[in-house]
Design a protein around this ligand. Structure first.
Ligand code: ADP
Length: 264
């Protein structure tokens, strides 16, 4: 409830009365407020790279183009910023699809263990830094019912973060365990960590612990928000555990396919 007070004064300035208006801040108002905030965030996120590009392009046309080193450096910056904007717009489109009444999921029975291994292998092949991967996965196949493209994106986002925030030589551990009728996946790194008070906020749209750092690393601030929507659409949950300066673990659950009926 929001309260507005108005003071009624007499002609001589003395207080004559007080009017209190109680506003019921309804759910609709809250949604409107969130929407306004979201649009403001999007505008800001787009304006930052555009302003950067504008100044670098101005410098180029003011003569920096004659200097080979400056030219390459400035063009590199504008290219990076363009790529980040494309990622941002793609993430926004994806979120808007996930927000739709009926997001289009294409779920199939999937052996989760080999599915996860394939994704990890792809990162193992392409990773540039010196980072070790450790796998603690159950042996046999375990079946889940999932949209492979969408869950690939969830896992990609989590692994890219783990790599981004890891020190050189760090270890990333992947662990999968059955718990009741769920499968819990944990991806743990030895990176910078997340302060305790931010552990739930990192799944909010555009929340970053360190904005400048995230931007420098090419982040959009939307990766985990997208992951949260996708995991929820699979009937699972996602959360984080972390110790500042020691590392972060992201966990998510997925329901197991029942009674081995999908084992065929
Ligand atoms: P970003 O594009 O900024 O990485 P995400 O939604 O993927 O956006 O993550 C939100 C924020 O959560 C990041 O900016 C970072 O502050 C924090 N974060 C996510 N994963 C990790 C991690 N493995 N280690 C440390 N901080 C992390």
């Amino acid at each position: 409830v929001r309260v507005n007070f108005s003071v009624i004064l007499k002609e001589n300035g003395a207080i004559d009365g007080l009017i209190a208006v109680l506003h019921d801040v309804t759910e609709q108002e809250q949604i409107d407020e969130e929407r306004r905030e979201f649009v403001a965030n999007v505008s800001h996120e787009l304006r930052t790279p555009l302003t950067t590009m504008k100044s670098y392009l101005e410098a180029l046309s003011d003569g920096a183009v004659e200097d080979e080193n400056l030219r390459d450096k400035f063009l590199g910056v504008t290219q990076n910023e363009t790529e980040r904007m494309i990622r941002l717009v793609n993430d926004l489109l994806q979120l808007s699809k996930l927000d739709a009444e009926d997001p289009n999921f294409n779920k199939e029975t999937t052996n989760y263990i080999s599915f996860l291994k394939d994704i990890i292998d792809r990162f193992e092949m392409s990773k540039k830094q010196h980072i070790h991967f450790e796998l603690k996965l159950p042996r046999g196949p375990i079946y889940t019912y999932l949209d492979r493209d969408k869950m690939t994106q969830v896992i990609d986002n989590i692994i890219s973060n783990a790599i981004k925030y890891s020190p050189d030589g760090g270890r990333i551990t992947f662990k999968v365990v059955k718990k009741g009728n769920h499968l819990v996946t944990g991806i743990r790194d030895q990176g910078v960590g997340i302060p305790k008070e931010n552990l739930t906020k990192i799944f909010d749209r555009f929340f970053r612990v360190d904005k400048a750092r995230s931007r420098n690393l090419g982040g959009t601030g939307l990766g985990l928000a997208i992951a949260k929507e996708i995991v929820a659409a699979h009937g699972g949950e996602i959360w984080a555990d972390s110790e500042w300066n020691k590392g972060t673990a992201i966990f998510f659950t997925l329901p197991l396919s029942k009674g081995g009926s999908y084992d065929a």
